[in-house]
Every structure is written in structure tokens, then in C-alpha cells.
Design a protein around this ligand. Structure first.
Ligand SMILES: Nc1nc2c(c(=O)[nH]1)N[C@H]1C(S)=C(S)[C@@H](COP(=O)(O)OP(=O)(O)OC[C@H]3O[C@@H](n4cnc5c(=O)[nH]c(N)nc54)[C@H](O)[C@@H]3O)O[C@H]1N2
Ligand SMILES: Nc1nc2c(c(=O)[nH]1)N[C@H]1C(S)=C(S)[C@@H](COP(=O)(O)OP(=O)(O)OC[C@H]3O[C@@H](n4cnc5c(=O)[nH]c(N)nc54)[C@H](O)[C@@H]3O)O[C@H]1N2
Ligand SMILES: [Mo]
Length: 618
């Protein structure tokens, strides 16, 4: 994209990964990972994530073991009674999107009971008194009322968090709630910091800089920054997720010699790219390369995405098969699958580990790796010197070279990693004194010195919820027998991944169609029974799902995402593979919510629901 002269690398980073990385980097100077060690970690918080369904590694087994262990207390924060909740010692089921307040309430308990790690706070945290003042109103009673959680559970969770070494893993449940996303992550950073759960074994370890060439050094963004900057659509609209925000954070992270990947952290918001496609403002966007994504199903506001894409002059799709998005493209280039290409998965370029291995087989038929396609395109455009590595494996070998490992060694082990180093802030800096944290003040910034420069808050504040139903819609739909409910979308489920694998007959036999889940009480209140078809409506459109009962908060529904009909052959007009029937993103909106990163919302939103007389085609 840099060599083609476009900064409009539109993606879903703002609602999937970037919020945590941004807030960690701003608070601690870099980002890190939960370090769960049996015999060391005293408590594990699983907050707005459900690895039982979403994680394909052994992590879910670790959580199960934590649930069984007498030495580790497991706490789950999720409006649904997930498998994690099922093995937890404590399940908090807050009203969706209230997690920032919940975390502020826990901070209130910790500080008012004097449970903070005094020595660590005094030496390494900036703005503790300000934070203490800020959380005073968030008493267990106030917080309990706002989040709809028993106050005693908030007190218990806070004490568990502060009692010893605590690890925390968060996910999509707090990344996709709109306005409160950045403050929620900041509040969680503060929880970690004042309890001393930073860069110590068994807690949260800040990642080391990578020994291999980092993503930012490979992507050529810094080399093209000046020419691309004027065209960055996010500039001023999402002041952190753009070059200006990146510069400010880079000034900090560079103190300890690190830079976040630039392309990803400045990637444009779909809302702004769609707007440019629709209106030609601030300039015309007329062509799109779709690489490993299916926006007609997975991006918010399908009708808008469809109209904007149909207005383009050129769409090129790189995919395994003809998705609904590929069906409206001018060119579809068949790509090599996961076993047909080498893999070096480096966690977005912010850690010192990578894993994968060689291709198992040569690509079948005409398939090529994405790398080969882009390289060939680049060469046709005269970019030879930018593509020195002939194959993807060569490129990975080049990237690994600084570690001293060759490609064969890496393939033999299947991973490159090093044991994490603890308490890096105590290591001597150039002046012999402890190097501290890579922030403005050199300490962990409970009160942020950086965010106000971008129009953000020094301390985390709960934001309002995104509403997809206007009072008028609520009134009209209610008159027609519908009910207004809170909605979550896309909670992960095996065996599917987003819009993939629906074409696998064995999978479909077991998980045949899209469902909307709710508690028994909610179903009774709404007059719905399992197996009924429910029609969901927002300002954006309608979609229909089969009703299923699940244990979760009342007055809330959880709706599947990713559904289309690959079994009907190549998607064609007018339904393009069934994208207008049970596609939850017909209901959602990608309008920018969070004022720093520009995240939109897939959770903590609302819709109207009623029974539908028409059966589904699934
Ligand atoms: N309502 C709602 N919407 C959501 C979400 C939600 O929770 N709720 N989640 C959001 C999130 S977090 C994400 S990440 C997105 C995911 O959404 P997408 O990124 O669109 O994910 P997929 O539907 O899996 O589409 C991936 C496509 O890439 C193809 N593919 C796989 N591997 C390769 C490859 O190596 N090369 C090429 N060229 N193609 C490949 C697959 O065949 C598939 O068609 O959805 C977002 N949308
Ligand atoms: N099988 C499968 N695995 C996947 C994917 C897939 O599509 N299928 N997608 C991959 C991708 S792209 C991603 S980003 C990851 C996501 O992986 P996770 O982050 O684990 O996402 P989910 O499994 O949806 O878990 C989110 C949880 O948050 C809860 N939640 C929703 N709203 C709120 C809220 O307001 N507050 C709190 N506290 N919780 C809330 C939901 O009930 C849900 O249980 O999964 C990856 N793995
Ligand atoms: Mo994601």
C-alpha cells in the first residue's frame, strides 16, 4: 500500500486489537501479555473474552486448569455464562458496555481499603492521588447500580485482584463497545498498575523488542510517511489512530528503542473510506483490493458497504473461494491456503515471539501466496528493489536473520521465542539509573500526560452507549408487537471463523444455522420459544435468526455473525449468497464512536425484536 501511494489500509484493527495496544503503550510505554504461571499467579481475570470458543491454542486448557486449581482464583467478567464462567470462582455479568465503570468501582474498593501496592505506586505510578480522587464517586453501591452487578461481588472481585499476583486477559467484549473502549482499557491498566501487577512473573509482562526485524522496519511506512500523511483520512477525526497520534506515541516508545507497527496503527476507519467512496470527499477512492476479508458479511452496515463497493470502478479480491464480496469483484485471484504457504506469525510485530513453519505442500492449481501476488504486481510497477526476496520463505528468512537463526532452524522448532525478562524498568538506563517506563514521565501514567494533547482525558471516564434504534423506530416497532432489547453480536463459536467454513458439510450438520440466544426469562418476556424465527430490526435494516435459549443476563440477546450460504454455489444477484437474510451486520453501524481511536460498536448496542412468521432458508 505504501509503494502504491495509498494510506487507506482499511481494516478492523480499531475494534479488534489496536485499543489494547494503544492504551498499554500510552500507560506503560509498551504492550505486553498475561503471564499465567501455576504456583505463582494467584488470580486470573478473563474479561470480555471467551477462549473456550475463540482460541485454537492450548489456552482454554490453561483456564480450565486455573478453574480447578486451589491456588488460583478464576474470575470471569461476561454478560453471558460462558464456559469460562462455568469454571470460574466468581462470575460478574455486567450490563454490556459498563466495564469502564466496573473497573473504576474496583479501583475505588482497592484504594479505599488501602489494598494498593504502596511501594510500587510511590516509586513507579504517576497520578495516584488524582486517580484516588477520580474514583471516589464509584462506590460499590453506585457501580453495582450502574453495571447491574451485586455490590458485594464488586468488592470481592477488587479484593481478589489486589490480594497477590493477578493476570488478566481481555478481548472483543471490551474492544467493540464504542465510546468507552479506550477508557475501559485505561481503567484496566490502572488496576494492574496500582496493584503492582506489571512486569512481574505471574502477572502481565511487557514484551521485549523483537530480535528479528520488526514489522515496522519491514513495512516501509516510515520511508513513505511524508508523502502519505496529507492523504490520511483519520487525521483530526480519530486523532490517535493516525500519523499525529502515532508520532506522539513513537516519541515515548522510542525512549526504550521500540516502535509500534505504523501501517496498522494508522489504518483508516471503514466509515471514512466508505464516505470517500460515496462522496468523493476529501478525495475520490475508486478502487479496492480486498485481501483475506469478506466485508459484505463482516463489516458493519452491509447495505452501506454494498452500495459503496458497487459504485467503485475496480474491485480485486484475493481469497480461497468466491465469497459474497468476491462475487461483486472484477477480478478474483485464488490464494494459497494455510498449508500451502510458510508461516511466521509474529503477533502484530509488538513481541519477541513468532511461530509457524514451512509450507506442507506446494500450492495446488493456479493458487499463489498473497506475497507472490503482491510482489508480481509490484514488479510490474517497477518496484523491483523493494522486493528483494523471491519467495515468502526467503522474506521470512531475511526477517529472522538478525536472531542468528536460519529458516531451517526455525522450521525445526516451529517457533522463535525467549523467556520474558521481568522488571525491566529497574534495568540501568544510559545514565546508570533505572530506565523506568517509556512514557512522558518515565512512570506508569495512571493520569495520562499524552491523551489530553489529542483531546482525550487524563483519567478514564465512562462514555454513553451507541443506539441503533431511534425513539421513532422504537415507537413504531413497539406498536407492531416488537420489544426493544440490548444486543451483543458475533460472540465466537466453534467450528466457524467469522464468515469462513460454512461450506463444510460436517460442520453444518452439527451447527446448521444462525441463532439469536437469550435467557429463558427473556424468551418468556418476549413471547418467543426455542426454534421460533425472530426478526431483528434497527435503523439500518432487518435480519432473522432462530431463537435458542442460553444462560446469560436477562433483557439481552446475543446474535451470531458471519452467516451466508456458500452451499448455494457461486453467490449471485440479488441475494449474493444470502447476505440479506441472517447477516447481523445489516443491523450494525460503523460510524465512529470512540473519539481517539475511532472504534465503532458490535456489542452494547440495541435492536427491536419480534417473532417472524416466515421460516428461514437455512
Ligand atoms: N457484527 C460483528 N461483526 C464483526 C465482528 C463481530 O464480533 N460482530 N468481529 C469483527 C472482527 S474482530 C473481525 S477480525 C472481522 C473478521 O472478518 P473478516 O476479516 O472479513 O474474516 P473472514 O470472514 O474470516 O474473512 C476472511 C476471508 O479471507 C479468506 N482467507 C483466509 N486466509 C487467507 C489467506 O491467507 N489469503 C487470502 N487472500 N485469503 C484468505 C477466507 O477465505 C475468507 O473469505 O469481523 C468483524 N466483524
Ligand atoms: N471459533 C472462532 N474463533 C475465533 C474467531 C471466530 O470467528 N470463530 N474470530 C477470531 C477473532 S477475529 C477474534 S478478534 C477473536 C475474539 O476472541 P474473543 O475476544 O474471545 O471474542 P468472543 O469469543 O466473542 O468473546 C467475547 C466475549 O465478550 C462478551 N461480551 C460482549 N459484550 C461485552 C461487554 O460489554 N462486556 C463484557 N465484559 N463482555 C462482553 C461476550 O459475551 C463474549 O463471551 O476470536 C478469534 N477466534
Ligand atoms: Mo478480530
Amino acid at each position: 500500500m505504501n509503494l502504491f501511494g495509498s494510506p487507506n489500509n482499511m481494516g478492523i484493527g480499531q475494534i479488534c486489537w489496536n485499543p489494547r495496544i494503544w492504551m498499554d503503550a500510552i500507560t506503560f510505554g509498551w504492550t505486553g501479555e498475561a503471564n499465567i504461571v501455576f504456583g505463582v499467579t494467584d488470580a486470573l481475570f478473563i474479561w470480555g473474552t471467551n477462549p473456550a470458543q475463540s482460541d485454537n491454542s492450548a489456552f482454554w486448557q490453561t483456564i480450565r486448569a486455573a478453574g480447578k486449581s486451589d491456588d488460583m482464583t478464576l474470575v470471569c467478567v461476561d454478560p453471558r455464562f460462558t464456559q469460562v464462567a462455568g469454571c470460574a470462582d466468581l462470575w460478574l455479568a455486567p450490563r454490556p458496555g459498563t466495564d469502564c465503570t466496573l473497573a473504576l468501582g474496583m479501583l475505588n474498593v482497592i484504594i479505599s481499603e488501602g489494598l494498593e501496592d504502596r511501594a510500587f505506586v510511590d516509586e513507579w505510578c504517576h497520578g495516584f492521588d488524582e486517580l484516588a480522587e477520580h474514583v471516589k464517586p464509584f462506590t460499590p453501591e453506585y457501580t453495582g447500580e450502574f453495571c447491574d452487578v451485586p455490590p458485594a461481588d464488586i468488592v470481592r472481585a477488587a479484593r481478589i485482584f489486589a490480594q497477590g499476583r493477578t493476570a488478566l486477559v481481555s478481548g472483543r467484549g471490551i474492544d467493540q463497545v464504542g465510546k468507552s473502549v479506550a477508557p475501559t482499557h485505561r481503567a484496566i491498566c490502572c488496576l494492574r498498575a496500582i496493584t503492582g501487577n506489571v512486569d512481574r512473573a505471574g502477572t502481565f509482562i511487557l514484551n521485549d523488542a523483537s530480535d528479528f526485524t520488526s514489522e515496522v522496519d519491514f513495512e516501509l511506512s516510515p520511508q513513505h510517511e511524508e508523502e502519505l500523511r496529507p492523504y490520511c483520512l483519520n487525521e483530526g477525526v480519530a486523532p490517535l489512530q493516525c500519523f499525529t497520534g502515532y508520532d506522539l506515541v513513537r516519541e515515548q516508545t522510542e525512549k526504550l528503542g521500540r516502535r509500534l507497527p505504523m501501517r496498522y496503527m494508522t489504518s483508516s476507519s471503514p466509515h471514512l473510506v466508505l464516505h470517500a467512496m460515496e462522496t468523493g470527499e476529501p478525495y475520490r477512492v475508486s478502487a479496492l483490493i480486498v485481501n483475506a476479508t469478506n466485508p459484505l458479511v463482516t463489516y458493519a452496515d452491509t447495505r452501506r458497504v454494498f452500495r459503496a463497493l458497487m459504485g467503485l470502478e475496480l474491485i480485486v479480491v484475493l481469497d480461497y473461494y468466491i465469497t459474497p464480496t468476491a462475487a461483486i469483484a472484477d477480478y478474483v485471484l485464488p490464494c494459497a491456503g494455510a498449508i500451502e504457504r510458510p508461516i511466521f506469525q509474529i503477533h502484530g510485530g509488538v513481541a519477541n515471539f513468532g511461530y509457524g513453519g514451512p509450507a506442507a505442500v506446494e500450492p495446488y492449481y493456479e493458487r499463489k501466496t498473497d506475497y507472490d501476488i503482491f510482489r508480481a504486481l509490484g514488479q510490474r510497477m517497477g518496484q523491483d528493489e523493494a522486493w528483494p526476496d523471491e519467495t515468502l520463505a526467503d522474506a521470512f528468512a531475511t526477517q529472522l536473520a538478525p536472531t542468528g537463526w536460519d529458516w531451517e532452524a526455525y522450521c525445526y522448532y516451529g517457533a522463535y521465542s525467549k523467556a520474558p525478562v521481568e522488571e525491566k524498568h529497574l534495568l540501568p538506563g544510559p545514565d546508570g539509573k533505572p530506565q523506568g517506563f517509556a512514557t512522558t514521565t518515565g512512570k506508569i501514567e495512571l493520569a495520562s500526560e499524552l491523551l489530553p494533547k489529542l483531546g482525550g482525558q487524563r483519567l478514564p471516564e465512562q462514555g454513553p452507549f451507541m443506539r441503533l434504534c431511534s425513539p421513532r423506530l422504537v415507537e413504531v416497532a413497539t406498536a407492531q408487537g416488537a420489544h426493544h432489547v440490548e444486543m451483543l453480536t458475533g460472540s465466537r463459536k466453534q467450528p466457524y471463523n467469522a464468515s469462513m467454513y460454512l461450506d463444510n458439510p460436517a460442520f453444518r450438520k452439527n451447527v446448521p444455522g444462525p441463532v439469536v440466544e437469550m435467557s429463558q426469562k427473556t424468551a418468556d418476556d418476549l413471547g418467543l420459544k426455542p426454534g421460533d424465527v425472530a426478526r431483528l430490526t434497527t435503523e439500518k435494516g432487518e435480519a432473522r435468526f432462530t431463537v435458542a435459549i442460553a444462560k446469560m443476563r436477562d433483557d439481552l440477546i446475543s446474535v451470531d455473525y458471519g452467516w451466508w450460504h456458500p452451499e448455494n454455489g457461486i453467490p449471485k444477484a440479488p441475494d449474493f449468497g444470502g447476505i440479506w437474510e441472517s447477516n447481523v451486520n445489516v443491523l450494525t453501524s460503523c460510524e465512529l464512536q470512540e473519539p481517539l481511536i475511532g472504534t465503532w460498536a458490535y456489542n452494547a448496542i440495541d435492536c427491536m425484536i419480534r417473532k417472524s412468521g416466515t421460516p428461514l432458508t437455512w
